[in-house]
Design a protein around this ligand. Structure first.
Ligand code: ADP
Ligand code: MG
Length: 169
């Protein structure tokens, strides 16, 4: 996918209440305005990359891009599981991510156990892949380290929930 790595940020909004948290795998949802900016070549499926909440530390993440059941599967959703234990929820905070690589397409599962096992495999894969030097160096990108220099425009606003999209190429 030529749009990778793909940087974006936006406010964390409420999802569909599908109980991801109860499965031990909470997913922070992006609003429609972020999803609508996705380049056309970014297909649905599971991605890995880096994420930070507000001005917090950078963590590894896995992201699911799928068809949004709330809109009768006509719109996409982007849900990020940050591979870190947070003390509290962070609805309303700014989530900054870079999608780095693609793991697999969407799939349906016969059981909850099979789904959880697949997600845990994705998390293991993300952890390994992100140790590669070319992926580690994305952590030093201005997008994460100096928010003011992060936008594609010279006079970028200070960090806020305003969505930002930067194509890696
Ligand atoms: P929703 O349907 O509202 O997205 P989830 O059960 O998927 O509910 O939980 C997502 C929320 O959990 C996030 O919006 C965030 O506030 C919180 N959260 C806590 N820890 C994490 C984490 N490691 N990764 C993603 N979200 C997390
Ligand atoms: Mg969610």
């Amino acid at each position: 996918m030529k749009s990778l790595p793909y940087f974006c940020r936006g406010e964390v909004v409420r999802g569909f209440g599908r109980g991801s948290k109860e499965l031990g795998i909470p997913t922070a949802n992006f609003p429609a305005c972020v999803v609508e900016h996705l380049p056309a070549d970014i297909s649905t499926g599971i991605y890995y990359g880096w994420a930070c909440v507000g001005n917090g530390d950078l963590h590894k993440m896995v992201m699911s891009i799928g068809w949004n059941p709330y809109y009768k599967n006509t719109k996409k959703s982007m849900e990020t599981h940050v591979i870190h234990k947070f003390k509290e929820d962070f609805y309303g905070e700014t989530l900054s991510v870079v999608m780095v690589g693609y793991i697999r397409p969407e799939r349906s599962y016969d059981s909850l156990e099979a789904l959880i096992a697949a997600i845990n495999d994705d998390i293991s894969e993300a952890k390994v892949q992100l140790e590669r030097p070319e992926h580690l160096k994305l952590c030093d990108d201005n997008f994460f380290t100096g928010h003011s220099a992060s936008s594609s425009t010279a006079s970028s606003p200070p960090p806020s929930a305003s969505p930002t999209f930067i194509n890696g190429h």
